[in-house]
Ligand binder design. Structure first.
Ligand code: FES
Ligand SMILES: [Fe+2]
Length: 347
């Protein structure tokens, strides 16, 4: 499958890092070990230079990492600094390391050319350090390729069907099309659902207009804001973005990140929670319970879809009008991946 390499991939929730314990992760089929060299976060290939044992089974020794097979010791730049029983250390021996950043409560790893690793390209997610939101978090491992999860997040018409019982979006949700805007590194979706009592279990007594917008950004990051407004707001603001200060409830934020771990495996990270003015920890917990249920529904469908695709000799699709966002995003990925391949060939 085609993925862009010059992008920041989510490797882990920052809260899941343990100070003295190396963490094994996999991105684009590359085994990576993440560890804290005292105050500095480091990502190496998870493969000892000696006999390829995983360094994620190693031991942190301050700002150094020791392979616990035969004891080679590496510094935070990947250089070998000790070989037990041997004085001569090959000066060129060095582990491959990846640019890594801690931002918005996520650990991000740049999988492409390290010289191009610009932290300004990290998607502007809302992390747990943002006092305006009360968030919960989690992740799910998929036996399916990441692209299928991206495609799912780029077409919310599935809410009416996959999530009919959980999110409770009625069939009218899939009858409406969101407004799409291509972005330099993704696609923006904006959608008003006008004059309903709100979705599923979060029904309001009065009629409301519901606003939802999300950016889906490279390599597979969804950042979404939603809110409820008095009926008539959508029309009054020309079906454009409302002023969140006028929201009457349910202002929430969710971030979701899809990381290809292998050819047919992916890790799906997510957060969700209310704005502090529109909810509390109890609302956050209710939303997370809902998310656990709904995201399990996606997983069942997407893993089953993957199994069918794998048994299909020449899989072909028949796009519908709702695939416009999927197509825009996948074309962007293909264009950038082609450019990367061209540069690699020219080099
Ligand atoms: S494999 Fe790491 S020291 Fe031997
Ligand atoms: Fe879904």
């Amino acid at each position: 499958m085609t993925y862009v390499r010059n992008a920041w991939y989510v490797a882990a929730w920052a809260q899941d890092l343990e100070p003295d314990r190396p963490m094994a992760i996999s991105i684009l089929n590359e085994p990576i070990v993440l560890w804290s060299a005292e105050d500095r976060l480091v990502a190496f290939e998870d493969r000892c230079l000696h006999r390829l044992a995983p360094l994620s089974l190693g031991r942190c020794e301050g700002a150094r990492l020791r392979c616990m097979y035969h004891g080679l010791l590496f510094d935070a730049d990947g250089a070998v600094v000790q070989i037990p029983g041997q004085d001569m250390i090959p000066p060129q021996a060095r582990l491959r390391s990846y640019p890594v950043e801690l931002r918005h409560s996520w650990v991000w790893i740049w999988m492409g050319d390290p010289a191009r690793a610009d932290p300004a390209l990290i998607p502007p997610a809302v992390g747990f350090d943002n006092p305006d939101y009360i968030l919960g978090r989690g992740f799910l491992d998929y036996a399916a390729e990441a692209r299928l999860i991206n495609d799912n997040l780029l077409d919310f018409s599935h809410l009416s069907y996959v999530h009919a019982e959980s999110f409770g979006a009625g069939p009218e949700f899939a009858d409406e099309r969101p407004r799409l805007t291509p972005l330099e590194r993704g696609v923006r979706f904006e959608r008003w659902v006008v004059g309903t009592h709100g979705p599923g279990r979060r029904k309001s007594d009065a009629l409301i207009d519901s606003w939802q917008t999300y950016d889906f950004l490279l390599p597979g990051i969804l950042l979404m804001w939603s809110g409820s407004f008095v009926a008539g707001t959508a029309e009054r603001c020309g079906f454009a973005q409302p002023d969140y200060a006028e929201a009457i409830g349910a202002v929430t934020f969710t971030s979701q990140a899809v990381t290809p771990t292998g050819d047919r495996t992916a890790r799906y990270f997510f957060s969700w929670g209310p704005h502090r003015d529109h909810g509390d920890e109890a609302i956050r917990d209710m939303l997370m319970t809902l998310a656990d249920r709904a995201f399990a529904e996606d997983k069942v469908m997407i893993e089953a879809q993957q199994r069918v695709i794998d048994r299909t000799p020449s899989p072909r699709i028949m796009p519908t009008v709702h695939d416009r966002g999927v197509t825009l995003f996948n074309r962007l990925v293909e264009r950038l991946a082609r450019a990367e391949a061209g540069e690699a060939e020219a080099a």
